[in-house]
Write a protein that binds this ligand. Sequence first.
Ligand code: PHE
Length: 453
Amino acid sequence: MTLNRQSIHGEWSSRWAFVLAATGAAVGLGNIWKFPYIAGENGGGAFVIIYLICILVIGIPLMMAEIMLGRRGRQNPAATMASVAEESGASRHWGLVGGLGILAGFLILSYYSVIAGWALNYVFKAAAGDFTNASAQQIGALFSNLVASPWQLLFWHSIIMLTTMLVVARGVRQGLEKTIVFMFPIMLILLVILVAYSMSSGYFEQGLAFLFHPKFAQLSPEGTLDALGHAFFTLSLATGSIMMYGAYLPKNASITRASVAIAAADTGIALIAGLAIFPIVFANGLQPGAGPGLIFQTLPIAFGHMPMGRMFATFFFMMLVFAAFTSTLSLLEPSVAWCIERFHMSRVRATVIISSLIWLLGIGTVLSFNVWKNVHLFGMDVFDFMDYLTANIMLPLGGLLIVIFTAWFMRQEAKLDELQIKKGFIYYKWRLTMRYVAPVAILIVFLKFLGIF
Ligand code: PHE
């Protein structure tokens, strides 16, 4: 049975706009800031392999499922899952799974915006020539001074939240689509320029070896969970974002091809970012496991000593801000859509309310780097806790539930109708992965982490 629900928020103007928007959501700080530092913390190669396997066997099938669910339900993720469940004769309580995703996106944006704020601050630092000929200590001091100042962090976090709010308030076509179609190509061009620049630095091979030479002994169960969580995070899965964007997808677009394209672009960009970053790390004798400050504390040293480094550093951080911004939009949209639909409010009002709440919550992350440095939740500071709670717990759990719902509860005709594929090889392979491979893989990682397996 074909369904013709319409989203009250409108649609993308074409499937290309959707692919750009979803790729923009996927590519962000996760690829350029987080992937290198967690790969660095987990010893490189082995982590990267697990991450790639997770993208392939869990990420892509789940992305197909989310887009499909979104387009079927055409509402915010909670309402979407509730209605698709109902239509399939299952309990409307499945809506809670969509709700969990919306909440995860809400929480992620609160700290994501703070880090995007660092990147924005660094555009100005780079353009002002602050890195030129600076020593490692001076660069280190620039970073520690920034994070030590709650007011500075608050300022940049506020700018990011404010601009995100302004775009989301304008709606799907006028706000999100217009901004993404403008920003994404610029980001890509800057990235290509930077890779070419990095490849000429001469330490490309060391970067390659670090990323692709697996040393499984260095990978702990914790690292495996990091890799799984990151696969969700980087593809924006189980956060409402992809399901929400799917709700705005025109009827005629192929979900399978779009999913593969988005995942390939996202993975490619993460690997390229790694290949651009690690050679510079090694060329300058820096530490790959430096943590969240990795790109902020290491890259500027290199830029500061390279020909035309000032310009390239500015490009780099601009690229990072654009990449982050197309993600913040996708993190805000599901909560806003939920608020509009749930309380029948205007978009502007819903956007202002939700953004303010997220902004407020973000202050926790702002303070975790300075005033609340010693405030710990489960042995982590506020930022680490938020990151851990979302990426390592909420996303894999939400993902697992979405997989189970789609594989075991959603009616087959509805799936075939949305995927627009025949009951052939691709469908059966997808079904097999969704029914058995993906859930078992997620469970194994969880159990292993809990020490049960
Ligand atoms: N995928 C984005 C990144 O890699 C972050 C993100 C997560 C965006 C979840 C939307 C939803 O930076």
